[in-house]
Write a protein that binds this ligand. Structure first.
Ligand code: BES
Ligand code: MN
Ligand code: ZN
Length: 496
């Protein structure tokens, strides 16, 4: 999908050629003088377009407008959340109508934040999964023109939004693929496609290299599957070599049966989403390659299946992690932390400025926060605050949970340095406490996305979260969205 930003006056927007036009109408008096503002004012006055954000009025071939379909959408006070709900609702009414060219115009002033949320909402509402369907209609939307009063004033917010949307889409695509179409090997192939973008490199390690590194904990999860594990190392270099990188670690369990501590059958299909942390890391790199911020980022993805088999890990087995710490595996379904701990130890070699892991880690986090906010854990207040702020800014919100040492009590083991589960109480926190044991060498934060990475039920599908939060965080760190190194000018890969 191609997004374009244009400076348009009201009358230019009315004559803009497209299949559909969405007019974002703020509350309060409108400047009249062009066909669109006149329509919106008349609809308001007649009570046909209530002020509430997300309220719509659809029109067909109204006088003086070039586009055949027009949707007036109220955005209330124009805050990003209101723009988002209005655009989502308006784009949904156009779904299935074969709209190829869409123009979206702000009838009032629009700041960078409003533009950002409009772009992301169009991308979100028009996304269609097609990869494993034989006859489904792909997304028809080809071109989206965003009309604002002053394009120059919002161009960097627009560029950031466009790149973020591409990243979210990449993450959704890989999150949604069934496990037999998204094996560790295929996930590594997806990571390698990203190297066609500027400043991105990728290295993929297999079972032999992982064994040599001493990642006994990661390898123990993979041993019950006939799909070989992959350890993916991505790097994005947008700044000079001496600048310490941010390391992102994504949980890449391409399917989680629970292993010998098997999960119940109901909804087990959703455990194909257990690599959404990994997909979010890929999505962030997709965005970085397009946006080229002045920052260095490393992406680490331990990826394998968690299966049951004659060779599978058993409850009570003790494994040795790369850090040297031994782990008693009391529950093979607490496998995410077993693969992440070795990736966290591996991260030390980059002398990182910060390490953030992203994982669909615990059902307990879903109980605690539902699908609205991602769980955030960090002992570093500055890092936690920066991530909270990025979440607010991108409407991809998180909520900080505690890390008191008392929560680690339950992880004691009689047979190893640590056990991989505590009790049932505070399960999201004990998981974070387990991970924290492997993060002594750098500032660290953990994002538990078990509730936010995908939706269940009729709207079942990956959300692409928390790509928005992470890109906002990285861009804020970079300070300005400027290429620090010369562009290589290579072509960006498609969403899939
Ligand atoms: N991938 C799951 C976490 C999960 C469960 C995410 C349900 C979303 C929905 C993880 O590997 C897991 O199984 N965690 C266990 C940990 C427990 C055994 C301590 C859980 O949450 O039940
Ligand atoms: Mn599990
Ligand atoms: Zn899992």
């Amino acid at each position: 999908m191609d997004f374009q930003l244009k400076t348009l006056t009201g009358s230019q927007a009315a004559t803009e050629k497209s299949d559909a036009l969405i007019v974002l109408v703020p509350s309060g008096a409108l400047a009249v003088g062009d066909a669109l503002s006149a329509l919106a004012s008349a609809a308001r006055a007649a009570g046909d377009l209530p002020d509430k954000p997300g309220k719509l009025l659809s029109l067909y071939r109204p006088e003086g407008v070039a586009a055949p379909r027009v949707v007036l959408a109220s955005i209330g006070d124009g805050v990003p959340g209101s723009v988002r709900s209005a655009v989502l609702a308006a784009v949904r009414t156009l779904k299935g109508l074969g709209t190829k060219r869409l123009t979206l115009v702000f009838a009032g002033p629009a700041d960078g934040a409003a533009v950002h949320s409009a772009v992301l909402a169009v991308a979100d509402a028009s996304y269609v999964y097609v990869t494993t369907k034989s006859k489904s209609e792909p997304r028809t939307l080809r071109q989206v023109t965003l009309g604002v009063a002053d394009g120059n004033a919002v161009s960097s917010a627009f560029a950031e939004a466009k790149a973020t949307a591409a990243g979210i889409e990449f993450a959704k695509e890989w999150g949604n693929r069934p496990a037999n179409h998204c094996t560790p090997t295929l996930l590594a192939d997806a990571a390698e496609t990203l190297t066609s973008q500027a400043h991105i490199k990728c290295e993929v390690l297999g079972p032999k290299e992982v064994a040599k590194l001493g990642m006994g904990s990661f390898a123990s999860v993979a041993q019950g599957s006939s799909e070989p594990l992959r350890f993916i190392v991505l790097s994005y270099r947008g700044a000079t070599k001496d600048q310490a990188p941010v390391v992102l670690v994504g949980k890449g369990i391409t399917f989680d049966t629970g292993g010998v501590s098997m999960k119940p059958a109901a909804e087990m299909d959703e455990m194909k989403f257990d690599m959404c942390g990994a997909a979010s890391v890929l999505g962030v790199f997709r965005a970085l390659g397009e946006l080229k911020p002045a920052i260095n980022v490393i992406g680490l993805i331990p990826s394998c299946e968690n299966m049951n088999d004659g060779k599978a890990l058993k409850p009570g087995d003790v494994v040795t992690s790369m850090s040297g710490q031994t782990i008693e595996v009391l529950n093979t379904d607490a496998e995410g932390r077993l693969i992440l701990c070795d990736a966290l130890t591996y991260a030390e070699r980059f002398k990182p400025a910060a390490v953030i892991d992203i994982a669909t880690l615990t059902g307990a986090c879903v109980v605690a926060l539902g699908g609205v906010r991602t769980g955030l854990f960090s002992a570093d207040d500055a890092l936690a605050k920066a991530l909270e702020a990025a979440g607010e800014q991108s409407l991809d919100r998180c909520w900080r949970l505690p890390l008191d040492d008392e929560y680690a009590e339950g992880l004691k083991s009689n047979f190893a340095d640590v056990a991989n589960i505590g009790g049932r109480a505070g399960g999201a926190i004990t998981a974070a406490k387990f991970l924290q044991r492997f993060t002594g060498a750098f500032p660290w934060a953990h994002l538990d996305i078990a509730g936010t990475a995908w939706k269940s039920g009729a709207a079942k599908g990956s959300t692409g979260r928390p790509v928005g939060l992470l890109v906002a965080y990285l861009v804020s760190r970079a300070g300005a969205v400027q290429p620090a190194l010369p562009k290589k000018g290579r072509k960006a890969p498609a969403a899939a």
